[in-house]
Design a protein around this ligand. Structure first.
Ligand code: HMG
Ligand code: MG
Length: 300
């Protein structure tokens, strides 16, 4: 018997993960329209932008403006921040949900945040305590939870140890990522089953990149493990600039289509989602390649 929930929460990450990896800067006004249309499609949670160094990721250089102008009072407005400077920038907005990020792999962290895993966690410890003290919703993004572009296979036990550290620090959610799209459904099922058993009171989210076109299979395997929260990106955009091989996130429209067809409610309207993609598409450096988008735009 399949283990399927009645309802799944989709966390739309297109405006952040999707656009951070675009070759050129998508104009701020287009980003605002894109986010506005995405809200209309019915998402309850969205990563809007990230307060990282604009020298490192120029595509997110307009974070301050996006995080002020694109908020939805009825939804969870998530912004990323890697360090003290990022958090102080978050405090100048009304965003109440912060995503921090550290990978399991030391080599990946050196490339992505210019620090080792230990140094990254040490820097975050007082920040996490402060955020919880101020009643922020805190999401911890665990990169390279399965494979690292520099170190290869990551031991499940190492991923679990890092997740445990974040749980001990009081985070509300773990978003566990297959950064370079290399996990198999068997690996996803194994890790997420263990996390679900270990951390039954924490929101657990799966974040799959679709480099090898295994993301939908990984989502299906994670559903079997009891996961009912998934990050995905409209149009399948995305990737981490510091993780070679990290192509786009799984496309939101493909995830919603699959779940809809299985009778699982996501609250996301596919037609409105396509309208949102059409806003940003002319400004992208690559075509939209998701199965649902291609069929929909050929047929309708
Ligand atoms: P650093 O160069 O070591 O930092 O970078 P620094 O403290 O030496 O500062 C260097 C300069 O950056 C200074 O400016 C700082 O003020 C400035 P200068 O004095 O030279 O003019 N700076 C900042 N400016 C704005 N906001 C900030 C900030 N911090 C420093 N927050 C740092 C360290 C962490 C800043 C850098 O490595 C960085 O920004 N990294 C972010 C990389 C990134 O955004 N990666 C993608 C997001 S993670 C991801 O995609 C994975 C995920 O999707 C899950 C998955 O799929 O795996 C979540
Ligand atoms: Mg990602």
């Amino acid at each position: 018997m399949l283990n399927l929930p009645k309802k799944v929460t989709i966390i739309e990450v297109g405006p952040r993960d999707g656009l951070q990896n675009e070759k050129s800067f998508v104009p701020t006004d287009i980003k605002k329209q894109f986010i506005g249309e995405l809200w209309k499609a019915g998402f309850q949670e969205m990563e809007l932008t990230s307060f990282v160094s604009p020298k490192w990721v120029p595509q997110m250089g307009d974070a301050a403006e996006i995080a002020v102008d694109c908020l939805n009072a009825d939804a969870r407005n998530i912004v990323l921040a890697p360090n003290r400077k990022g958090i102080d920038r978050v405090y100048s907005t009304d965003c109440q949900a912060v995503a921090v990020f550290v990978g399991v792999s030391n080599s990946f962290n050196q490339k992505n945040i210019n620090k080792s895993t230990r140094a990254g966690m040490a820097e975050l410890a007082p920040i996490l305590a402060e955020l919880k003290g101020k009643n922020y919703f805190v999401r911890a993004c665990i990169s390279t939870a399965f494979y690292c572009p520099y170190e290869g296979k990551i031991a499940e036990s190492d991923t679990i140890k890092l997740c445990q550290e974040f749980i001990d620090a009081g985070v509300d959610e773990l978003s566990v990522a297959d950064t370079i799209g290399m996990a198999t459904p068997a690996e996803s099922y194994s890790l997420f089953s263990r996390l679900k058993n270990l951390f039954p009171h924490t929101l657990l989210t799966a974040h799959f990149h679709d480099t090898r076109k295994l993301a939908l299979a990984n989502i299906f395997a994670s559903l079997q493990a009891g996961i009912d929260r998934f990050d995905s990106s409209a149009g399948g955009l995305g990737g981490c600039p510091f993780a070679p091989g990290a192509s786009g996130n799984v496309a939101t429209e493909d995830v919603v289509y699959m779940l809809d067809r299985m009778g699982i409610d996501t609250g996301v309207n596919l037609h409105k989602l396509i309208d949102a993609i059409e806003v940003v598409r002319p400004h992208l450096s690559r075509p939209i390649e998701s199965g649902y988008y291609r069929l929909h735009t050929q047929i309708f």
